[in-house]
Design a protein around this ligand. Structure first.
Ligand code: GTP
Ligand code: MG
Length: 180
């Protein structure tokens, strides 16, 4: 029987409080969604196994606290990450304006060997919210930012409707594996 070496990929999910980081992970790993908001305190991870190019990989996805007062661990555990997932809420402009900050803070603490080549991915979450004019950040604006940050892949998602969640994390696994 062919033996398969298992690869562990460490992924860090960052973004402002309330954008849906925990919800996206919970939808992806447990296929569950809750309307109720419960702030993440500190950091914790979920794991998911998947096959990428016939390679068995374990994604270790770290959920983090968006609220500053709950960021007890600092950024020390960013070290050794293979991919950083940045999340904002397409309906709340300021959650997009902080993306530069999260991006730069991540690189500062993770200190990867080549910061210019470190893989990020951007998720614009809560695209299901559609009450006519709730959208604050256009797809084009998000894409332009991604291009300016050395072509970060961009996905629009809904943790609530399970829209694009699998595809987004599959892409995370692929680029993390490529980097690892
Ligand atoms: P912190 O842990 O404080 O950093 O927040 P978070 O980014 O983990 O946000 P969380 O996943 O807890 O979601 C915040 C709120 O938004 C919750 O009430 C969720 O039910 C809701 N929510 C998350 N994702 C979606 C989505 O795709 N659509 C809608 N409509 N609501 C969502
Ligand atoms: Mg959370």
């Amino acid at each position: 029987m062919a033996s398969r070496k298992r690869t562990l990929l460490k992924v860090i999910v960052l973004g402002d409080s309330g954008v849906g980081k925990t919800s996206l992970m919970n939808q992806y790993v447990n296929k569950k969604f809750s309307q109720q908001y419960k702030a993440t305190i500190g950091a914790d991870f979920l794991t998911k196994e998947l096959l990428i190019d016939e390679k068995l990989v374990t994604l270790q996805i770290w959920d983090t606290a968006g609220q500053e007062r709950f960021q007890s661990l600092g950024g020390a555990f960013y070290r050794g990450a293979d991919c950083c997932v940045l999340v904002y809420d397409v309906n709340v402009g300021r959650t997009f304006e902080t993306m530069d900050n999260w991006h730069d803070e991540f690189l500062k603490h993770a200190s990867p060997s080549d910061p210019t080549k470190f893989p990020f991915i951007l998720l614009g979450n809560k695209v299901d919210v559609d009450d006519g004019n709730s959208r604050a950040i256009s797809e084009k604006k998000a894409n332009d930012w991604c291009v300016s940050r050395s072509n970060i892949p961009y996905f629009e998602t809904s943790a609530k409707n399970d829209y694009n969640v699998d595809d987004a994390f599959h892409s995370v696994a692929k680029i993390a594996l490529h980097h690892e």
